[in-house]
Design a protein around this ligand. Structure first.
Ligand code: ADE
Length: 240
């Protein structure tokens, strides 16, 4: 059965499955057409119980920006959850969340159903966050205009891990941050090269032309470790 992802948003058009943007192309689109994953964007506005279909209001205590109201979010979550009997893992995209890392993506890719809340404006009324207790997830230490792009990033990262999403010549196991090596270390990827052998006077590492698969594998692992040491020592943990 296809994994199901619902997105609650005031901009459902951003997730149009026919649109040749973001999730409409490449691996997520292929996983979807293979029936491995499906996603549905639901407009939060449709659940606003006021006549202007307003989903936000001014913040108590004053200040700039608008705050998403509890009621439309609460009602939309329950209405959408009722569309499928499988329990949904609730995820709220927010810069206040836990950082999205490959281990978290792997965890989420194993769940039958996700419900992603894409907030906008200054944020969401804290009371509905408390009442729904979603997993709060951040893409990183910067602020996007809304959670929609963040939700697309999450869906893309999850979709490619679903068995069958990648072709035979593609492998999620070789990606940066995937577990490799005897210790299961998570490393940055190694450099890659393709034809021609000489490009503007620049050659390619000799070992890659040797045809010796064991040597190539050892070289790649060493490159991954060296890159990780120099660019992201934080990934290797404290040095003993
Ligand atoms: N919404 C706005 N900024 C975000 C971020 N950095 N991560 C996730 N969701 C967000």
């Amino acid at each position: 059965m296809a994994m199901r992802i619902d997105i609650l948003t005031t901009f459902p058009e951003m997730f149009g499955v026919e649109s040749p943007a973001a999730l409409g192309l490449s691996i997520p689109a292929r996983a979807r057409s293979r029936g491995l994953i499906e996603w549905h964007a639901t407009n939060l506005r449709a659940f606003a119980d006021n006549k202007h279909r307003k989903t936000d209001d001014r913040p108590f205590g004053g200040g700039p920006g608008m705050v998403m109201m509890c009621q439309p979010v609460w009602d939309a979550v329950h209405a959408v959850e009722a569309m499928d009997p499988r329990p949904a893992t609730r995820v709220l995209m927010t810069p206040q969340g836990v950082p999205l890392t490959q281990p978290l993506v792997e965890d989420l890719a194993r769940r039958p159903r996700l419900l992603i809340i894409a907030g906008h404006y200054e944020g969401i009324d804290e009371r509905v966050i408390e009442a729904l207790s979603p997993m709060e997830v951040s893409l990183g230490d910067y602020v996007l205009s809304g959670g929609e792009l963040a939700a697309m990033v999450l869906i893309d990262a999850v979709a490619r891990l679903i068995p069958g999403a990648l072709g035979d010549d593609e492998s999620a196991g070789n990606d940066s941050f995937s577990a490799v090596g005897p210790g299961g270390e998570r490393l940055l990827d190694c450099p890659h090269f393709t034809r021609p052998k000489d490009w503007m006077g620049r050659g390619v590492p000799e070992v890659l032309l040797s045809g010796d698969h064991a040597k190539v594998a050892a070289w790649r692992l060493e490159q991954m470790r060296a890159r990780t040491r120099s660019r992201r020592p934080d990934l290797l943990g404290p040095t003993p």
